[in-house]
Structures are given as structure tokens and as C-alpha cells.
Design a protein around this ligand. Structure first.
Ligand SMILES: Cc1ncc(COP(=O)(O)O)c(C=O)c1O
Length: 450
């Protein structure tokens, strides 16, 4: 059946959230509804998730979807922001580390899993962040989750920016029921909430959680003001810098460096998986006691095997590059690509969300249009991740394009052209009566003139 005849079926109208609360005594059997729905999306090319790369995450690469269909094309879906995962010196470092330390960390960080490169990395990161005490985790998820779950107890409070990453949300919910979400980037609402909490409770801790760069919206908080508000109410601020550290700011110091806040925020957590060519994450703090407490009390550090020695060595080398002139050049190259991509969308009447960063959110809105457009974009050889509810609000589906230093501006412009055309085509399929957008009319006129 043609897809346009199925626009009112669950294929288009349901979201993952329709299946997250299955009921019934059969824990295994009750997964079937979700699976059937997911299969129907897979079979029709409308399931854009869990794709695999057939080679390194370079600007052009082969991608295979979950049904095995492969395409060669432009990769705007990898978070290798400075393209360090294929940098010759980073690769050489990995080879040397394997030779010297073997493959495995062979223990949790508490039980012999630390290695010479991991100790060196802790020191180097501490210097980079101007926070003297660093604890490593084997994933960015573990760092966010483990830091919150390690510090916060049932009677404490966590107040989070409503769009905080799931590792932060789940860490908070695992620690206490006193979790509140304040509207995104709204420092006034944060102040009101802290005031309200402190009016009733001065005995327990309050943790405020935000991110350096929000990865679905590409926007940033005003950290100096937020930190001051936290201190006014005896609260502790935690900032997750997973997406901005290394890729933004002077010498790759991220939003903290750009806002003059290096060493001035209570707690910093982050991930190596966006810019530092490896999995892994960290907590940075000014307090040796906090470091030791979280290492021991935060589950992922003590009960999960440590970062591999190769990973630690790779991150260390990536950090060296990030801080060097070469790193600056890579950031500038990425920025030129980012501006080219955003500019090409703007010419077509699409205003990308947020501020220029390696994350370029391209708003689509309607979920049906976005699903169809995502299928078309893949078929036409551009890999851009679709983000839909519940990761973002229902009518705020979007493409999250991720730009790397290894892209060219030409590739960025071409990708924008393909994505824009797919959105227009999907819109006309979903709503044939709709007047073509101003941008589509503009393009038609241009084509007619040629
Ligand atoms: C803000 C934030 N924190 C933590 C993580 C988790 O990092 P990792 O994928 O390295 O575990 C992510 C990953 O997407 C993220 O965006």
C-alpha cells in the first residue's frame, strides 16, 4: 500500500512513547506490540534508527539500515566533531597503546582497572578544565548518571533544565523523588524554584543540573548567572559539557571557557564520545573529597570496568590536538562548514535552531512530514538523524545534523539542498493542498529561469 494512504495509521501516528508502559503479567510477551509497530516502520523505510556505518565515520561513508539496505553518501550523523577518530596521530597512539598495555582494562577503576594512560588523562583533563580533581568513567552516560546518583540522597532535591540529557534525568530519578524540571534555559524560573525549595527545606542538598550545549537545540545557558543563583540558595551546580568540550571555546575549553567560567562551576561532567575519538566520560571537581566520594558511591565507576588503556591514550592524544594550533584550525574548519550548512538552509527559508555549533537542528515540525523526509533523505544519500517525540516535543520533529571538520562547505550546501527538497516533497505528500513554502516557490522560479 502506498505510504500516502497510511498517513492515519500507527505507522505515522504512533510514537515510541505509546509503547513504553506495556501491561500484563508476561514480561516478555508484552514487548510484541512495540516490535510489530517498529517492524512496520522498518519494512517501509520509516525507521531511521540503529543504522550502522560500514567504515570510519568520515564525511562520506557507507551506511546500512536495520533491514540491511546500504547507501553510500554524505555523513551528517556522526559525532566525531573534529574528525579525530581518523587522525593519523590518534590512530598511531592507539596502536602503540595496544602494544604496550594490551586491549583490556581488566578491572573496575577501584580494582586495578586504572592504567598509566588513565592517570595521565586525569591530570591533563584537570589542567584543561582548571578543576584539580578528575574521576574517569567508561561512558559519558556513566559519568552523568553516576555523579548524580553518587551525591544525591532521597531527601535531597534535584532541579534540572527540562531538556537535560537522559543520563542526568535517570541519575536524578534513581537518587530521589524530589526531582523538578524548570523551563529550558530559564534562570528566573530556576531562581523561583530554588527559593521555593529553600523556604521549606534548609536541611537537605539541592543539585541544579544543566548542559554546556544542549544537543537537540544547540543552545547554551548563562552559566555565570546560574552559578550565582545556585550559591545564593545554597545549591550546587552541575554542568554536562559532553557536546561542547573540545569542539567550542578557546583552546577547546567549550562553553565554560567561552563564558569565562573555567574552574568556577561546582561540578563538570562530560563525555569523550563527541570530540575525543573514544567512548568514556569524566567528573571534574575542585574537591578531592567529592572525587573520592563519587568514585566509591557512584555505581558506574566502582561496579563497571574502567576505560580501556587504549581509550585513555586516545583521549589524551585527542586532548593534546584539541589544545594545539591544529585543534584551533580544525574548529575553524568545522565552523565554516557549520555556517555554510546553516546559511544554505536560511537561503531556502529554514531557520536552523540555536547557535552555531557542530549540532545543527533543522526544524521540520510535523512528525509525519519528518518521517517521510527522513526516508527520502536516506535514499538520496544524506545521513542525518531524525529526532522525534519523546526526545523532543510532539510537534517539534527535526533533523539533527552533525557537522565535522572533515566536511567541505560544498558538502554542507549539497546536504542542505537534499534535506530541504525532501522536507518539501514530504510536506506535499502529507498535505497535497498546502501552498508550497516561500522557499519552494523561490526554487521553482529559479529553475524556471534556468
Ligand atoms: C549531554 C550528554 N551527556 C551524556 C551523554 C552520554 O555520553 P556517551 O554516549 O558518551 O555515553 C550524551 C550523549 O549523547 C549527551 O548528549
Amino acid at each position: 500500500m502506498e505510504l500516502r494512504n497510511q498517513l492515519e495509521s500507527p505507522l505515522f501516528t504512533h510514537f515510541i512513547s505509546d509503547y513504553t508502559q506495556p501491561v500484563g503479567p508476561d514480561l516478555l510477551g508484552r514487548t510484541e506490540d512495540f516490535f510489530r509497530w517498529q517492524e512496520s516502520r522498518r519494512e517501509t523505510g520509516l525507521w531511521p534508527f540503529s543504522r550502522s556505518l560500514v567504515a570510519a565515520p568520515e564525511a562520506e561513508c557507507g551506511v546500512r539500515n536495520e533491514t540491511g539496505v546500504a547507501r553510500q553518501g554524505l555523513n551528517f550523523g556522526s559525532q566525531d566533531y573534529l574528525s579525530l577518530s581518523t587522525h593519523p596521530e590518534v590512530i598511531a597512539t592507539a596502536h602503540r597503546a595496544i602494544e604496550q598495555y594490551g586491549l583490556h582494562s581488566a578491572g573496575s577503576a577501584m580494582l586495578g582497572g586504572n592504567t598509566t594512560p588513565s592517570l595521565m588523562l586525569e591530570k591533563a583533563l584537570a589542567e584543561h578544565l582548571q578543576m584539580p580533581h578528575v574521576a574517569l568513567f567508561s561512558s559519558g552516560w556513566g559519568a552523568g548518571f553516576g555523579t548524580i546518583a553518587g551525591l544525591v540522597r532521597a531527601d535531597d532535591h534535584v532541579v534540572m533544565d527540562a531538556l537535560s540529557h537522559q543520563c542526568l534525568q535517570q541519575g536524578a530519578m534513581a537518587a530521589t523523588q524530589n526531582v523538578t524540571r524548570v523551563p529550558h534555559l530559564n534562570n528566573r524560573a530556576m531562581r523561583r524554584k530554588l527559593q521555593e525549595i529553600r523556604a521549606k527545606d534548609t536541611r537537605n542538598g539541592v543539585l541544579v543540573v544543566t548542559e554546556g550545549l544542549f544537543s537537540m537545540d544547540s543552545d547554551v545557558p548563562r552559566l555565570e548567572e546560574l552559578q550565582a543563583i545556585c550559591h545564593e540558595y545554597g545549591a550546587t551546580l552541575l554542568v554536562d559539557v559532553a557536546h561542547d568540550l573540545g569542539s567550542l571555546g578557546p583552546r577547546g575549553t567549550g562553553v565554560l571557557g567561552a563564558q569565562g567560567m573555567l574552574g568556577k562551576v561546582d561540578l563538570v561532567v562530560g563525555a569523550f564520545s563527541k570530540t575525543f575519538a573514544s567512548n568514556g566520560g569524566f567528573l571534574a571537581t575542585r574537591s578531592p573529597a567529592v572525587r573520592q566520594f563519587v568514585r566509591t558511591m557512584g555505581g558506574p565507576h566502582i561496579f563497571s570496568n574502567a576505560l580501556l588503556p587504549t581509550q585513555a591514550a586516545v583521549v589524551l592524544e585527542a586532548l593534546r590536538i584539541v589544545r594545539s594550533e591544529e585543534g584551533e584550525a580544525l574548529r575553524q574548519k568545522a565552523r565554516a562548514n557549520i555556517l555554510a550548512l546553516r546559511g544554505a538552509f536560511a537561503e531556502r527559508g529554514i531557520k536552523c535552531m540555536g547557535e552555531p555549533s557542530n549540532v545543527v537542528p533543522v526544524p521540520v515540525g510535523d512528525a509525519k512530514v519528518a518521517r517521510l523526509a527522513s526516508k527520502l533523505v536516506f535514499e538520496r544519500g544524506v545521513f542525518a538523524n531524525l529526532v522525534e517525540y519523546p526526545a523532543v516535543r510532539v510537534r517539534e520533529s527535526r533533523f539533527r545534523m552533525q557537522v565535522m571538520s572533515s566536511h567541505t562547505e560544498e558538502q554542507a550546501r549539497h546536504a542542505a539542498e537534499v534535506v530541504h527538497a525532501a522536507i518539501e516533497e514530504a510536506r506535499s505528500l502529507v498535505n497535497p493542498q498546502a501552498r508550497p513554502s516561500r522557499a519552494a516557490r523561490h526554487e521553482e522560479r529559479l529553475q524556471a529561469e534556468v
